[in-house]
Design a protein around this ligand. Structure first.
Ligand code: AMP
Ligand code: ZN
Ligand code: FE
Ligand code: FE
Length: 282
């Protein structure tokens, strides 16, 4: 049996592995295919693709776009993205810049709360264009201003806590369009995580291609429900561990195993999309 893990983060967002380390771990977990899905970034895809090619592992270039619909945050996975697509790169750059300003705002809030953290420490630790709250949490722990990452989120960084800062996001519909114009397939990430089922029909109307049924935080019952939803709306089925390396806990890569029939359907959908685009002269 062949399996895939299609939801993985590296140092190019808030994961701790380099693309090469990630591929090595994927190999050791016996995976036949992986997708890289860093938050609002495709920067690691080139290196991950090269590392996968070297060990004959299938690779899908992707990203996890932070979006919103009706004031609810929703993460949209883009698969088979053209990582050189200028429109994609420009849009992503804008959201990376929002992420960087937000780090400064969160640090300012922490300073007002009496924690002497410097934004530069967070940027140095993050060392990427797409920094996020986990980097702030890690910097707080590193500087011994707080005991654990969990405590950092619970006391300060979780939505509604005193150092939480909302970020400007693209709309979910826009993110689907952006993924499509970059040659990709748009997949709703971990719908069970934030209970966003009611927005699925609107995303389907906007052209959503798939739904992440299998995820670390989905129970078996949840996965079954999303498989039913996928069938109802004729959506592709994906799954992944959402591994962040050592950022949150232990590395999760390979703990969610997507059966290959779904991977094959994903590749077939990409092929058929490309053929349609070619026929339309695009
Ligand atoms: P951001 O993109 O800056 O909003 O940060 C989102 C990242 O923080 C995601 O990878 C989440 O999994 C992670 N995250 C969100 N809430 C928590 C939490 N309570 N504890 C640990 N990590 C979290
Ligand atoms: Zn993350
Ligand atoms: Fe996510
Ligand atoms: Fe993720």
């Amino acid at each position: 049996m062949k399996f895939a893990d299609l939801h993985l983060h590296t140092q190019f967002s808030d994961g701790t592995f380099t693309p090469e380390e990630l591929v090595l771990r994927a190999q050791n977990s016996g995976l036949a295919c992986i997708a890289l899905t860093d938050h609002d970034s495709v920067e690691g895809c080139g290196r991950a693709a090269a590392a996968c090619a070297a060990v004959k592992m299938e690779f899908i270039s992707g990203a996890e776009l932070t979006a919103e619909h009706d004031d609810t945050e929703v993460h949209i996975l883009g698969y088979f993205l053209d990582t050189q697509n200028q429109v994609l790169l420009e849009r992503i750059a804008r959201f990376q810049s929002v992420r960087q300003s937000r780090i400064r705002e969160m640090v300012a809030a922490l300073n007002r709360l009496g924690l002497p953290l410097r934004a530069e420490s967070v940027f140095a630790l993050a060392n990427c264009k797409s920094p996020g709250r986990p980097h702030v949490a890690r910097a707080l722990v590193k500087e011994k201003l707080i005991a654990s990452l969990d405590e950092a989120f619970e006391r300060y960084l979780k939505k509604g806590r005193p150092a939480w800062v909302p970020k400007t996001k693209m709309s979910a519909l826009e993110s689907v369009e952006l993924i499509h114009q970059s040659g990709g397939l748009a997949v709703m990430a971990h719908p069970g995580l934030n209970r966003t089922d009611e927005i699925i029909p609107a995303l389907v109307d906007a052209g959503l291609d798939g739904i992440e049924c299998f995820h670390t935080k989905h129970s078996t019952v949840m996965a079954e429900r999303y498989l039913e939803i996928a069938e109802k709306y004729r959506l592709l089925v994906t799954g992944g561990s959402d591994c962040h390396g050592f950022s949150k806990n232990k590395p999760l890569i390979g703990t969610v195993k997507l059966p290959y029939e779904h991977v094959e359907k994903l590749f077939a959908a990409k092929k058929s999309d490309d053929e349609k685009r070619r026929a339309a002269g695009k």
